[in-house]
Structure formats: C-alpha cells, structure tokens
Design a protein around this ligand. Structure first.
Ligand code: AKG
Ligand code: FE2
Length: 276
C-alpha cells in the first residue's frame, strides 16, 4: 500500500478530472450544515455589535475582512482554527497535490455584505494568489509548486450572492501565456491585474461546501446583491517539499494552550508544530 492510498479519497475521479480541466472544483459537504452554522455564528461574533469596525480591518467594496492588529490576516482563534486543519479538506488536497505531507495556511475571513447599487460584477481585479514569489522569472508548473486552496462557504451562496468568480480553464491559459514569455511571472502586473481573459463564472454552493482552486486560477471577489452576507474562510495547502517555501517549524510560542487544545495530530503536522 502506498502512503497516498492510506489517505481515503474525498473527490471522485470525475471531480479530480474537473479540477485538472477547469482549475477548480466545489468540494461538497466538507462541513455539515450544523458545523457550517456554528462557524457562521463564530465569524459574526467577530463583528462588533455597534458596527464600529477596527481600523486595521479591511473594509473594501462591501467586503469586511477581519484582521489582526499586527497586520496578519490569519484568524486562528481556538474557535476558527479547526477550519485550517479539517481532515476532509486535507484529504481532497492530498489527492490533488500527490503527497500526504502538506502544510496549511491563510486562515483569512471574508464577509461580503449586500451592495445593491453596484453595477460591476467583480469587486476586485481578476488576480492570482500563486504560491510563487513574484520576484522569480517564471512559474515551474510542477505539482511540487502547486498550491490548492479557496473558501469555505458558511451560508448557501446563490447566484449574485457574492460567490468567488473564476475563469473555467483559466489556469491553463495562465500557463500558456506565462510559458510563452521569459518573464512569465511578471505578466499582468505580476498577475494582480488580469485584463483580457475569458468571462468569469460565479462559484455558487451550499453551506459547508468548499470552492477549491488551482493557484494559477484567475479569480476575484464579486458583489453581493442578495440580502444575506456571504461568509467565507480561506484555507490553502502546499506540499512540505515546496520549491519556494520550504517547511519551517512553527515558533515555540506561536500557539497558545487554548489553540493547542483544539489541534489534532494531523493539525499539528499541517501547522508545523510536529514534523511529518
Ligand atoms: O472573497 C472572495 O470571493 C475572493 C477574495 C480573494 O480572492 C482575495 O481577497 O484574494
Ligand atoms: Fe484572491
């Protein structure tokens, strides 16, 4: 038995094929409805009742982004940290990254409020958040360099409800354009302002689903035209042997006792507390 086959798959063969073909897949039911409702409530609890939003939060174009005072966007309170080390999501990531030895990161949150008057569809420029420093000349396009990640939806996201937008097959177009250029990593303002790509589509989903994207997938947040806010959390995975970001153990004082109490053995490895 190989190590990979000891981790039970989550995605069907068709879903894996869809990820390779289209560059994204909606992982259904990563969380149960009850779990999604729990996290939904925990995230709303971060928002001050009087709506005086901390000066260090992001508040752009109808999107609230809770942040830490030190500028970090990782919200890994004991209540929310389990999202970064969810076993089901990890198992899907193992299938796509071809390794069990992964690291998890990000942990940021996005709350997209109704923004009814807005005519534009996207609330951000179409961009990549690739796990490749923007100082290198080009991507390697290897599985070792791949990062997979995206967002949990804690409420059902209906059309025009602020779902993340993607370009189906866009990761392949990025590869094609970047390969054709010696400084492919530098195109489109380092891929933070992608302008002439095919139309985007909104990834809708139910509470508890996770929109999982290839890191070369052009994407952007969208405006929410529906009454309910879209509440999401972002988690990403890379391999331990990533060429640009080699594994570093967590600092000894990085996590409090309360955080350590909610960590599973898998979680301790994903966050660099224990070695693989
Ligand atoms: O909120 C979203 O749907 C996407 C946000 C995003 O891609 C980003 O902030 O980098
Ligand atoms: Fe992004």
């Amino acid at each position: 038995m190989t190590i990979l086959s000891s981790v039970e798959p989550i995605l069907s063969e068709d879903e894996v094929a869809q990820f390779h073909e289209l560059g994204y897949v909606l992982v259904k039911g990563v969380l149960s409805r009850d779990e999604a409702a729990y996290y939904h409530g925990q995230i709303l609890n971060l928002v001050p009742r009087d709506l005086t939003l901390p000066a260090h939060w992001g508040t752009h174009n109808g999107r609230l982004k809770p942040m830490n005072e030190n500028g970090s966007q990782t919200i890994d309170t004991p209540e929310l940290l389990p999202l970064m080390i969810n076993e089901k999501l990890y198992r899907a990531a193992v299938q796509l990254l071809g390794s069990t030895r992964l690291r998890s990161m990000d942990g940021s949150i996005g709350i997209t409020l109704r923004n009814a008057g807005e005519k534009n569809i996207l609330s951000q420029r179409l961009h990549l958040d690739a796990s490749v420093p923007n100082t290198v000349n080009n991507f390697q396009f290897t599985q070792q360099e791949l990062q997979v990640g995206g967002c949990y939806y804690f409420n059902t996201v209906e059309p025009q409800g602020g779902g993340i937008h993607v370009v189906p097959g866009g990761h392949r177009l990025v590869e094609e354009k970047a390969r054709a250029h010696t400084e492919g990593r530098q195109l489109y303002e380092k891929w933070k302002n992608i302008t002439d790509f095919p139309e985007t589509v909104e990834v809708t989903g139910e509470a508890g689903d996770f929109a999982l994207l290839h890191h070369l997938m052009p994407h952007a947040a969208s405006h929410n035209h529906l009454p309910r806010p879209r509440i999401a959390q972002f988690t990403r995975f890379i391999r331990e042997d990533h060429p640009h970001y080699p594994a570093r153990p967590a600092a000894p004082d990085q996590y409090s006792q309360a955080q350590l109490r909610v960590m599973t053995p898998l979680g301790r490895k994903l966050l660099g507390i224990d070695p693989w």
